[in-house]
Design a protein around this ligand. Structure first.
Ligand code: FNR
Length: 186
């Protein structure tokens, strides 16, 4: 079975460092996985009044993409010490329908990157907490935080080998976990 992974970037910015890193992962593991990068541009603001079946298009696309993936990689920037509203909003949609969300029990790896020395670590901690609330199967290993990211990309790809190797080790853990049978969330 060829693993199918989904990358979700918490940044809508065209030249987003986080999205570039997801594209770098895709390139490195292209020989052994299918890796799609999902853009959150079409996901509307969460409104429980609109959270009815059948799901509205932007939401259905997100939920279907997660459901079809064996594992998910979520990249987050840090905005004011937290995750961007865009990402939290998407995770709120993805956490529903309650008790039946595609993210429940789904293996998920997270990382953050930022031009700052702190690398978005606070946002990543917050992201992990949200995923615990949802009941995702969080890959717990030394967490990848990429600081001074603007100096580590070249031609739209993560060129810093230490960061890339560390991140790919996490992705390999995700692939291993994705091959395990689904467990019920705690
Ligand atoms: C930021 N940035 C930022 N960086 C950081 O490390 N900690 C922070 O708290 C913040 N806060 C923040 C707020 C807002 C509103 C913006 C727009 C930016 C800088 C941020 O890391 C930088 O813009 C990244 O380039 C954003 O990620 P992408 O778009 O490159 O993936």
């Amino acid at each position: 079975h060829r693993p199918k992974l989904l990358g979700i970037s918490g940044s809508l910015r065209r030249d987003s460092f986080n999205t570039q890193i997801l594209e770098s992962i895709k390139q490195v593991i292209a020989d052994r996985t299918d890796f799609d990068v999902f853009r959150l541009n079409e996901v509307p603001l969460y409104n429980q009044d609109l959270d009815v079946a059948p799901a509205i298009p932007g939401v259905a696309a997100l939920r279907d993409a997660i459901a079809e993936a064996d594992g998910v990689v979520i990249a987050t920037p840090e905005f004011n010490y937290g995750i961007p509203g865009v990402l939290k909003n998407a995770l709120d949609w993805a956490s529903r329908p309650y008790g039946k969300a595609a993210l429940i029990g789904k293996p998920v790896l997270t990382f953050s990157s930022s031009p700052a020395f702190t690398g978005g670590v606070r946002a990543q901690a917050q992201l992990n907490e949200t995923l615990l609330a949802i009941g995702a199967r969080l890959i717990v290993r030394p967490q990848t935080v990429i600081a001074e990211v603007h100096n580590k990309l070249q031609n739209g790809r993560l060129a810093d080998t230490a960061s890339l190797d560390f991140l790919i080790a996490g992705v390999n853990d995700l692939i291993t976990e994705s091959a395990q049978p689904a467990r019920k969330a705690a």
